[in-house]
Write a protein that binds this ligand. Structure first.
Ligand SMILES: C[S@@+](CC[C@H](N)C(=O)[O-])C[C@H]1O[C@@H](n2cnc3c(N)ncnc32)[C@H](O)[C@@H]1O
Length: 230
């Protein structure tokens, strides 16, 4: 197994910076420590995050995920689509472990990554359920009582809106972590969907954004076509 070079490991400064941006309880920090250690061990054999981001793992990934909590403070049932190495889903589940009835559904179609997610949930006692499945196959299994649906680095916004629509139709909020191209992605998404997005700039700096949606309706394409002709 190849080893990660010490210079590529997250620094104590990075962790301190992340926890200053997104403070959590000591119990949650303990869970996150176990999760980060596991992720670094698996990263040597499975690519869970871009290797270049390892030195800033706490700010780039952990704090990036934790910042969603303040946008849905009372949400208990979450669905994280395309969880990969666990961002934001496992991080949220670590933070929600003390909340009665909380659960984060982690949806991942890659078997190796789903195995990692299961191990992460086990060693952290995080409030999560892992689904080895494609997004299209999971909506009915998860059910309708979802409070918040999340995704990061999964697909362009117009596709994410389509994935989230069945949950938002039943009352969920959608929170998508997006990069600097968010305006172009919103323009594309509004061709297909009636949405009223709220944009929050990322607390972790850089050019990140969070797109918040409480309502999604499919556009009537016949109306668009007629409108174009008029
Ligand atoms: C680029 S990774 C991002 C992972 C994580 N959300 C993050 O930000 O680090 C996208 C992940 O979504 C998963 N994925 C892509 N399409 C999917 C689908 N239709 N159903 C379930 N998982 C999917 C991939 O296997 C991959 O692990």
């Amino acid at each position: 197994m190849s080893k990660i070079q010490p210079a590529s490991l997250p620094s104590a400064t990075d962790k301190a910076e992340a926890l200053a941006l997104t403070p959590v309880s000591p119990q949650t920090v303990g869970r996150l420590d176990r999760y980060v250690a596991l992720l670094l061990a698996w990263q040597a054999k499975t690519n869970l995050v871009a290797p270049s981001t390892l030195p800033n793992l706490w700010t780039r990934h952990v704090a990036d995920s934790l910042q969603l909590l303040d946008l849905a403070p009372s949400a208990k049932i979450w669905v994280d689509l395309g969880s990969g190495g666990g961002f934001p889903g496992v991080v949220l589940a670590c933070a929600l472990a003390g909340m009665p009835d909380a659960n984060v559904h982690l949806v991942e179609r890659n078997a190796k990554k789903a195995a990692f997610l299961r191990e992460a949930v086990r060693i952290t006692s995080a409030a999560a359920t892992v689904h080895l499945a494609g997004i299209g196959d999971i909506v009915d299994r998860i059910g309708s009582s979802v409070d918040c649906v999340t995704a990061r680095a999964l697909a362009p916004l117009h596709q994410l809106v389509g994935f989230a629509e069945p949950f938002v139709r039943n009352g969920a909020k959608a929170l998508f972590l997006k990069g600097q191209d968010v305006e172009a992605e919103l323009t594309e998404a509004t061709k297909y969907w009636n949405i009223e997005p709220r944009l929050h700039s990322s607390r972790t700096g850089g050019h990140g954004w969070i797109v918040e949606l409480d309502r999604i309706e499919r556009r009537d394409h016949s109306a668009i076509t007629h409108g174009d002709r008029a």
